[in-house]
Design a protein around this ligand. Structure first.
Ligand SMILES: [Zn+2]
Length: 519
């Protein structure tokens, strides 16, 4: 599909930094490690692991990823200040290939209102910051924040000066999602034509999706010569999010004839990565989302189906299996053995350790007693629960609710914290789920306001597992939780507990809490 004349575009993933800034998307350390490993297996070139100075949790996450994740460049974000740059280096220094990413706003509106600095001061500060980063590590990225709204002459001066100071990548962010594709094309062309030392750096883009143009803007930049695209899995990020990795990658792959550019991404792992990030952040992908949405490859209309049956290329520009969404009819059940489960897990893209397989198989047996057919969706959710349930503070044990139309629910709930068990019995709530919610609040002593509650089925059939997604507010912050079970009340209890676990992680400083940056 790709030939040697193709330019290789560097894929810089910022799911763990910019993506984590989506409200309620904070991830704990175990989740971040899992996402980072998935990104490596996906073939991402650069992983922006976090913003080390933002919080102790962020620092720890970047450090652990730098120490343990091999196969991609590990990058830490930093404002253009000595303490920030030093802290970023402290975290990424353990990586095989570390990168420091320094940013400083350059647009008039930021210079006047945020920084209160003149043009020459901005250039001096940028050069100082890049030089400091370059004194630590040879791989330095510089971003003139709000570049898309920066005067062209000034932008050229900043870029030239920072390349001279050692920026091996210069990233042009559209911080507020305001640019159009032709403007993005123009600014990249301008830099390539006017900055004399531009060949000494890789030009990059970082586009936000406020007007729905992040992917189009990134592609226009590639067409104009940009060599790196910054993006996130499922396009998550602040406000309307970032350029979506799966869309930009599949556009380059599918329209290779047009872009003459490709990436290192193992596209058949895209759906897996998308599912993992959804599960970890609790942010679901809309059904009609390009590439990874549930309907992306569904041909319902009769006229299309007829065309598909005769010749699939009539309506299909990509094959589902190219992005890892191959449908199988293989169903497991009560009598399936561990080897069959291991095989299925492998086909779904999971590489389970022996210990993980034992636990997942136990859970599989429990589930197979409750429902006849076990589908891929069931297996995926079992595995995700196993992989992601590491070091959770609270865990669900059992519940009982007696309720009816004309009576207050009577709930008995038991939950565990480590080896300890806690239980309560109370009459409360508007229904069984409300009663469970109140009992969890009482046992964990974490006050919450439930903001959103959704139930989906994981697979098909009356005995399908229910997936419950909740959004709760605690101390003015939003936290998400997710629970899966064949019983929707139990799934709700698990979802609320997973939200409590996130709150606990943030409160005790082990999770990240980065809200300072808007790059
Ligand atoms: Zn951003």
């Amino acid at each position: 599909m790709s030939d040697s004349s193709n330019r290789q575009i560097v894929i810089f993933d910022t799911t763990l930094r910019d993506g984590e800034q989506s409200p309620g998307a904070s991830m704990n350390l175990a989740e971040k490690m899992e996402v980072a490993q998935t990104l490596v297996e996906l073939g991402v070139d650069v992983i922006e692991a976090g913003f080390p100075i933002a919080s102790p949790g962020d620092f720890e996450a970047v450090t652990e990823i730098a120490k343990n994740i091999r196969g991609s460049v590990i990058c830490g974000l930093s404002r253009c200040r000595n303490a920030d740059i030093d802290r970023a280096w402290e975290a990424v220094q353990h990586a095989q290939q570390p990168r420091i990413h320094v940013f400083l706003a350059t647009s008039a509106i930021h210079r006047e209102h945020k920084l209160n600095m003149g043009k020459d001061e901005i250039i001096a500060r940028a050069v100082e910051g890049v030089s400091r980063a370059a004194s630590y590590c040879p791989n330095v990225e510089f971003s003139p924040e709000d570049a898309a709204r920066t005067e062209h002459d000034f932008l050229c001066r900043v870029v030239e000066a920072t390349i001279d100071a050692g920026a091996t990548t210069v990233n042009i962010p559209d911080t507020v999602g305001y640019a159009t594709p032709s403007e993005m094309h123009k600014v990249i062309s301008l830099l390539r034509n006017r900055v004399p030392n531009i060949d000494k750096t890789v030009l990059s883009v970082h586009c936000h999706n406020d007007l729905g143009m992040a992917v189009a803007n990134s592609l226009a930049a590639v067409e104009a010569g940009a060599g790196q695209v910054e993006c996130t899995i499922n396009g998550i990020g602040e406000r309307a999010g970032n350029c979506s990795l799966e869309e930009v990658v599949m556009a380059l792959r599918t329209r290779n004839d047009f872009f003459k550019a490709d990436t290192r991404i193992a596209t058949q792992r895209l759906v897996l990565a998308s599912r993992l990030v959804s599960a970890v952040t609790g942010i679901q992908v809309q059904r009609n989302k390009a590439i990874v949405g549930q309907n992306a490859f569904a041909h319902e209309a009769g006229i299309h189906q007829d065309g598909m049956l005769k010749e699939r290329t009539t309506y299909e520009i990509m094959r589902p299996e190219d992005v890892g969404c191959a449908k199988t009819d293989l169903v497991l059940g009560k009598h399936s053995g561990r080897a069959a489960l291991a095989d299925r897990a492998k086909d779904l893209g999971y590489d389970l350790s022996g210990e993980q397989l034992v636990t997942v198989f136990e859970q599989f047996k429990v589930l197979a007693d409750k429902k006849k057919d076990i589908y891929d969706g069931d297996i995926t959710s079992l595995i995700e629960q196993e992989i992601l349930a590491v070091n959770e503070l609270w865990s669900f044990s059992s519940y009982r609710v007696d309720t009816g139309t004309d009576r207050t629910p009577h709930v008995t709930l038991a939950i565990g914290r480590g080896q300890e068990q806690f239980s309560t019995e109370m009459a409360c709530g508007d229904g069984p789920i409300d009663a469970i919610f109140l009992a969890i609040e009482k046992l964990t002593a974490v006050p919450m306001v439930c903001k959103d509650f959704q139930v989906h089925s994981v697979t098909v059939g009356n005995d399908a597992q229910g997936e419950v997604l909740v959004e709760v507010e605690h101390n003015d912050r939003i936290y998400r939780g997710r629970g899966v079970s064949t019983d929707s009340v139990e799934a709700s209890a698990k979802a609320f507990l997973s939200a409590v676990n996130r709150i606990a992680a943030v409160t005790n400083g082990s999770a990240t809490n980065n809200t300072a940056d808007r790059q």
